[in-house]
Design a protein around this ligand. Structure first.
Ligand SMILES: Nc1ncnc2c1ncn2[C@@H]1O[C@H](COP(=O)(O)OP(=O)(O)OP(=O)(O)O)[C@@H](O)[C@H]1O
Ligand SMILES: [Mg+2]
Length: 249
């Protein structure tokens, strides 16, 4: 836990978020979502489908401004976000989708990024030619290309087959660890949370709040399969205690 107003890199205090539905009803989506992250923290968020995870990430990213509360981070900070759908520009090649967001294009860094994400041979392809797994990789490359201080990932491994998801997860771990990035990762999969997170947040629905926070003291690099199983078990237990359904895993 970090003291409020301390040295946190990111402080999230969302008191309340409503949407007005098409039928004109007020839907309370988020309530008292309060937490803080230090530089380099990887926070993994798990919660039921439709509970408000994307809404929370959009507020943190500054894309959704109609809410009660505040988000604090040092000014000038760079924020990279990967959305649930890859959102690439279809008329630009893979390479140009990534180049577009770079302020000063450093060719070595660009090549390193493409090779870290196994995209080197796809640089000249267009988004329409890519599988979902490849498009996800390009979206990740684009988020990393801006050299972010805070990286926001909304289900980056969803709908990929197990082998591909595992490969991309390892690439993601290597990139996050090499840059001391503060990362927020939303996932349906508690195994991803157990493998990637330094802290796991369990979210409840209607309205979404933080039901439990589990710190993971074992560093990612030395986490064994047994450790991961134990973490998954604990997350599962805490979800059960809080009557939160586990979907998608
Ligand atoms: N622009 C909007 N207007 C009205 N309701 C919305 C809007 N965006 C989201 N909602 C509603 O807010 C709730 C939370 O949506 P959100 O997309 O944040 O959930 P989520 O946890 O990311 O879901 P998923 O697991 O499916 O990705 C849902 O009930 C959704 O229908
Ligand atoms: Mg979502």
């Amino acid at each position: 836990m970090h003291p409020a107003g301390g040295s946190a890199l990111l402080e999230v205090k969302i008191d309340q978020k409503f949407f007005v539905t098409a039928a004109g009803e007020r839907l309370e989506v988020l309530r008292d979502v309060h937490f803080a992250l230090e530089r380099g923290d990887v926070a993994a968020f798990v919660g039921p489908s439709g509970c408000g995870k994307t809404t929370m990430l959009r507020i943190i990213a500054g894309l959704e401004r109609d809410y009660r509360g505040h988000i604090n981070h040092p000014s000038g900070i760079r924020l990279g976000m990967v959305f649930e759908e890859p959102r690439l520009l279809p008329w630009r090649s893979v390479e140009d989708n990534v180049r577009l967001v770079m302020r000063d294009v450093d060719e070595t860094r660009l090549s390193d990024l493409f090779s870290a994400l196994e995209l080197a041979e796809h640089r000249t392809h267009y988004p329409g030619e890519l599988s979902l797994g490849l498009a996800r990789r390009v979206a990740l490359a684009r988020a990393f290309a801006i050299a972010p201080d805070i990286l926001i990932l909304d289900e980056p491994l969803a709908s990929l087959d197990k082998i591909l998801a595992a490969r991309l997860r390892n690439e993601l771990i290597a990139l996050v660890d090499s840059r001391l990035l503060t990362t927020l990762l939303v996932t349906h999969d508690i195994s991803d949370a157990a493998r990637l997170g330094d802290r796991i947040f369990i979210l409840s629905a209607h309205p979404m709040c933080i039901a439990a926070q589990i710190p993971i003291p074992i560093p990612r690099k030395v986490r064994t399969e047994r450790d991961i199983e134990a973490i998954q078990f604990e997350v599962g237990q805490r979800m059960k205690e809080n009557a939160i359904p586990q979907d998608g895993s």
